[in-house]
Design a binder for this molecule. Structure first.
Ligand SMILES: [Ca+2]
Length: 232
């Protein structure tokens, strides 16, 4: 059919209206994820005590970790009050619920610390349903001793047993001593900043965090783990 001048103009008008009605970027602009930090650690020692850690991250000269950005509305705290399970069925100190209860003022209150038994252990947060995850922040024990934890591995899956479809967000097990595959991330000094880890919208219901002792002893402590993202 031959298009008349009027029908061409009508079609162009309709096209213009349709383009103007649709937002150019449906996900919106990226904004930093807000992570609330506890008070800084109180260390009687000096950072020189940890020089024997070969895979330690380079100094940030006192600068904070870079902020993690996510689309607007994707930086909500998802993990508060969520159920926590662990490889350690009988923790040495504290309760598994400490991991997600929102209390993380370790420099002011030692009763916020969960301590798991020695060697490789994990804790696992159940977000209740599959979520779009944009960041995870871990606080192991950061006060009153300077610590660096070994084999810190953070994974996301819809499988509570982490046998299938596992996404690894962070892995600083450089020598594969945890036998989950060697990772390329650095070991780091625990501070009140925790360790913010970008997740880039990975989807999953469960977040599992491994560790394998630290420079002081073979135990594994957690003050808090926070998962940020988007809930439906
Ligand atoms: Ca290792």
């Amino acid at each position: 059919m031959k298009a008349t001048g009027v029908s061409v103009i009508m079609a162009m008008l309709a096209w213009t209206v349709a383009v103007n009605a649709a937002p150019a970027e449906p996900k919106g602009e990226l904004v930093p994820i807000k992570i609330d930090l506890p008070q800084p650690a109180r260390w009687p020692g000096s950072p020189g005590e940890i020089k024997e850690v070969p895979n330690l991250e380079p100094s940030r000269d006192g600068k904070p970790y870079p902020q993690i950005f996510a689309p607007e509305g994707c930086g909500r705290l998802l993990s508060k009050g969520c159920k926590v399970t662990s490889s350690d069925l009988s923790p040495v100190v504290g309760d598994l619920a400490f991991v997600t209860d929102g209390r993380k003022e370790e420099a002011a209150d030692e009763n916020v610390r969960l301590v798991l038994h020695d060697r490789l252990q994990w804790i696992q947060i159940d977000l209740g349903a599959q979520r779009e995850i944009h960041a995870v922040c871990l606080w192991h024990s950061f006060s009153p001793r300077i610590r660096v934890y070994f084999d810190v591995i953070v994974q996301v899956s819809d499988d509570p047993d982490f046998m299938e479809e596992v996404a690894t967000l962070f892995n600083n097990d450089h020598d594969n001593s945890a036998k989950l595959g060697a990772g390329k991330d650095f070991e780091y000094i625990e501070t009140h900043e925790g360790r913010p880890i970008a997740a880039n919208g990975v989807k999953g219901r469960y977040v599992r965090c491994y560790s394998n002792g630290n420079i002081r002893d073979a135990s594994n402590a957690y003050v808090q783990v926070e998962v940020f993202g988007r809930a439906p």
